[in-house]
Write a protein that binds this ligand. Structure first.
Ligand code: NAP
Length: 283
């Protein structure tokens, strides 16, 4: 950081709050490893100021930013264009400033796809998916599966109306994929849909320290079903541990965090991201 000069390229993250973010340490380690004259900082932006913050990217010549809660949707009207993964997800987590034009992307989608490929050797094409949760992260997971021709997706959520809304929105755009929703407390339906699933994805906050847990009847899973939990604090949740104990391949969410960051880095710099260095920084 003592090497910051007048020529140093500025990158950052817009969030509120943002002090917990692992992105600065991850991206600064990558810049340093590749010898790039760049620095990445966190900007705590009040929700009412997101339009001004987007304008400031251009005014100040900031080269790119990540965008996190609560700005992922709100920044979209302030961009010049938006990539299809961000359009389907309805959220942007990466902005590139290209000579004063702001391009929006959602690298959570590719981050998730790369994580299930690398960790679980899992391909989405034709897969039957059981998705827990219907919040922001669930939308990125839905985009990943629907844009890659999954066979079916069943969304289970504590508040069933939210799962229903999410299912309806994606059905409108992906009519070839069977998309259903159900209430998480409908034990019979949960059990029967779990039994058909090739992959179980937890996109709820349950399992996160202090956020409660979800009891799933994992004995119903097919022998070769795999499990991915987006939660990365703790790095291994009870869902991951129990699934592994039952003989299933299972992984926690650190890899998605890593690969979404790697994709953002590549969009901004055009360089291959040093994922080993970035992983070491966040672990
Ligand atoms: P969000 O929009 O607030 O959605 C939260 C979801 O979790 C909702 O579906 C909510 O259900 C459900 N939920 C929360 N507590 C629950 C409980 N005790 N039992 C059952 N369901 C519960 O949050 P988000 O942005 O989608 O993030 C969700 C999780 O994904 C967080 O842990 C976040 O850290 C993680 N995440 C990880 C990555 C990664 O890179 N690995 C990326 C994004 C997010 P209701 O609708 O009923 O409230």
């Amino acid at each position: 950081m003592s090497d910051v000069k007048a020529t140093t390229g500025i990158y950052g993250i817009f969030g509120h709050p943002v002090s917990h973010s692992l992105s600065p340490v991850m991206h600064n380690s990558a810049f340093e490893a590749l010898g790039l004259d760049c620095v990445y900082v966190a900007f705590d932006i009040h929700p009412e100021k997101i339009g001004q913050a987007a304008e400031a990217i251009k005014t100040l010549g900031i080269r790119g930013v990540n965008v996190t809660i609560p700005h992922k949707q709100a920044i979209m009207p302030h961009l010049d264009d938006t990539a299809p993964d961000a359009v389907h997800t309805g959220a942007v987590n990466t902005v590139k400033n290209d000579g004063g034009k702001l391009h929006g992307y959602n690298t959570d989608v590719e981050g998730f796809l790369r994580a299930i490929k690398e960790d679980l050797d899992f391909k989405p094409e034709g897969a039957n998916v059981f998705l827990l949760g219907a919040g922001g992260a669930a939308r990125a997971v839905m985009s990943a599966f629907c844009m890659n021709a999954a066979g079916s997706v069943c969304i289970a959520n504590r508040t069933p109306g939210k799962a229903e809304n999410l299912a309806t929105q994606f059905k409108d755009h992906f009519s070839g994929i069977e998309i259903q929703s159900l209430a998480l407390d409908d034990a019979t339906a949960v059990r029967s849909r779990l039994a058909e699933a090739d992959i179980i994805v937890n996109s709820t906050s349950a399992g996160m320290s202090g956020a409660g847990t979800i009891e799933l009847p994992l004995d119903a899973l097919k022998e070769n079903a795999v499990v991915y939990d987006l939660v990365y604090k703790p790095a291994e949740t009870a869902l991951v541990t129990e699934s592994r104990e039952r003989g299933h391949k299972a992984s926690g969410g650190l890899s998605m965090l890593l690969y979404q960051g790697a994709k953002s880095f590549e969009i901004w710099t055009g360089e291959e991201a040093p994922v080993d260095v970035m992983k070491k920084a966040i672990v």
